[in-house]
Design a protein around this ligand. Structure first.
Ligand code: ASP
Length: 357
C-alpha cells in the first residue's frame, strides 16, 4: 500500500512539473507575441554621404534631384517595414536605389581610383544574430550590398575581396556588369582635377596624401539603418571609396564596426566620411558600445563619437543610426550630410545642410 502511495505521488509530482513547464513556455510565447502584436514601432534612416556640401555651391535643380532620390529610396524601405518585412530586406532594397543612382558614390556613380577604375566596397549586418557580410574592391558587381548579404547568408565568411569576391558573385548568380557601367563623367573629371595637383611624396600620411581632395570633398557613400516591427535592427553601407585611392586601398565602409554595425540590444549604424579615421575610431561599434556599457542614449553616444573622438583625431564625416526603440541620430562634423528618416507613422524628414531638422 505504502509503495502504491509513493508511486502515485511521484506520478502526480511529474505531471504537475510538466504542466508548470508548459505554462511557463506558453507565457514566454505569449509575451513574445504580445511584443510582436503591439510593437508597431519601426523606422528607417539613410545617408547619401557627408562633406563640404554648401547651399551656395548647389543649384535648386541639383538639390531637388538629391532630395527626390533620398525620398524615393527611403520610401522603398519604409514600405517593406510597414508591410512586416525584415530590417535586413529594407536596408538592402533601400541601398539598391541609391547604388543605381549616379548622384551617389556607390554602385553607378562610384568615384575613380588613381588608375582610373572603380573599386567598390559594401557591408551589411543583422542586429538579431550579429551575422555580417562584406565585400571590398569589387569591379564588376552592379549592387555590392547584395553581394555583402550573399556573403553573410551563403558563405562561411564575413568578408571577401577582389577577384575571389567576384567569383563567388558569379557562383551565386548575382548581377555582373561590364566595368564601364560605373563610368560617370562628373566622377572622372573629379579624378582628373585631383591629379592636376601633385601627390604628396609622403604617402604614409593619410592627411597629406588625400589633402587635395579632402579640402573640398564630398563623401557620397550611401547607407541605411532600420528597425522592423519585430524589433530587429540592421545596417548597411555601400561605396566607391575615395577619389584617387591607390594600392587597392580599402576604407571603413566594408569594415564591420567601423562603417557598419548593428546589435538588437543597442542600435544600427552606417558611417560616411574619411575612412582611415573611421577605422581607427571604430566609429559604428563605439556608438553601440557606449550605449551597451555606459547606458548612454543613442544621441549622446553618437555626438561623443563624432563631435569629440573623431573630430579630435582629425577625421571628418558622419553617421546615421537608429536604436532598438526607434530613436534616430544623424550626426556629422562636416558642412552637410545627405540624409532622410521616416518613422512608423510615415513622417518623412529630409536634410542636406547643417540645419536642425
Ligand atoms: N567612408 C568612405 C571611405 O573612406 C568614403 C565615403 O564615406 O564617402 O571609403
Amino acid at each position: 500500500m505504502q509503495r502504491i502511495l509513493i508511486f502515485l505521488s511521484l506520478v502526480l509530482f511529474l505531471a504537475c512539473k510538466e504542466q508548470l513547464k508548459e505554462t511557463a513556455e506558453a507565457s514566454i510565447v505569449d509575451t513574445k507575441e504580445e511584443v510582436q502584436k503591439t510593437g508597431d514601432s519601426f523606422g528607417i534612416v539613410i545617408h547619401g554621404g557627408a562633406g563640404t556640401i554648401l547651399k551656395e555651391n548647389m543649384t535648386p535643380e541639383k538639390e531637388a534631384a538629391y532630395k527626390a532620390k533620398l525620398e524615393e529610396a527611403i520610401k522603398v524601405g519604409h514600405t517593406i517595414l510597414k508591410n512586416g518585412g525584415t530590417s535586413m530586406e529594407a536596408v538592402e532594397k533601400t541601398i539598391n536605389i541609391l547604388e543605381d543612382s549616379p548622384l551617389f558614390n556607390a554602385g553607378k556613380g562610384a568615384v575613380f581610383t588613381n588608375e582610373g577604375i572603380n573599386e567598390l566596397d559594401a557591408s551589411i549586418m543583422d542586429g538579431k544574430t550579429l551575422n555580417a557580410g562584406a565585400v571590398a574592391g569589387v569591379r564588376t558587381i552592379k549592387n555590392p550590398i547584395n553581394l555583402a548579404r550573399e556573403v553573410m547568408l551563403n558563405s562561411p565568411h564575413v568578408m571577401l575581396s577582389g577577384k575571389g569576391a567576384e567569383q563567388f558573385a558569379e557562383e551565386r548568380k548575382l548581377e555582373i556588369v561590364d566595368p564601364k557601367y560605373f563610368y560617370t563623367e562628373d566622377r572622372f573629371k573629379a579624378l582628373e582635377k585631383i591629379k592636376e595637383k601633385p601627390d604628396h611624396p609622403d604617402a604614409k600620411s593619410a592627411t597629406s596624401f588625400y589633402d587635395p581632395m579632402i579640402k573640398n570633398s564630398k563623401f557620397g557613400t550611401v547607407g541605411c539603418a532600420a528597425l522592423d516591427k519585430n524589433g530587429n535592427l540592421a545596417a548597411g553601407t555601400s561605396t566607391g571609396g575615395m577619389t584617387n585611392k591607390k594600392w587597392n586601398r580599402i576604407g571603413d565602409s566594408p569594415i564591420i564596426g567601423a562603417g557598419t554595425y548593428a546589435n538588437n540590444n543597442t542600435c544600427a549604424v552606417s558611417s560616411t566620411g574619411w575612412g582611415e579615421y573611421f577605422i581607427r575610431a571604430m566609429v559604428a561599434h563605439d556608438i553601440s558600445a557606449l550605449m551597451e556599457y555606459k547606458e548612454l542614449s543613442l544621441q549622446e553616444a553618437a555626438s561623443i563619437v563624432i563631435q569629440k573622438k573623431l573630430t579630435e583625431l582629425g577625421g571628418t564625416g558622419g553617421i546615421i543610426a537608429i536604436d532598438h526603440e526607434g530613436n534616430v541620430a544623424m550626426e556629422f562634423n562636416t558642412a552637410g550630410m545627405y540624409r532622410a528618416t521616416m518613422n512608423a507613422s510615415g513622417k518623412l524628414t529630409v536634410g542636406i545642410y547643417k540645419e536642425a531638422l
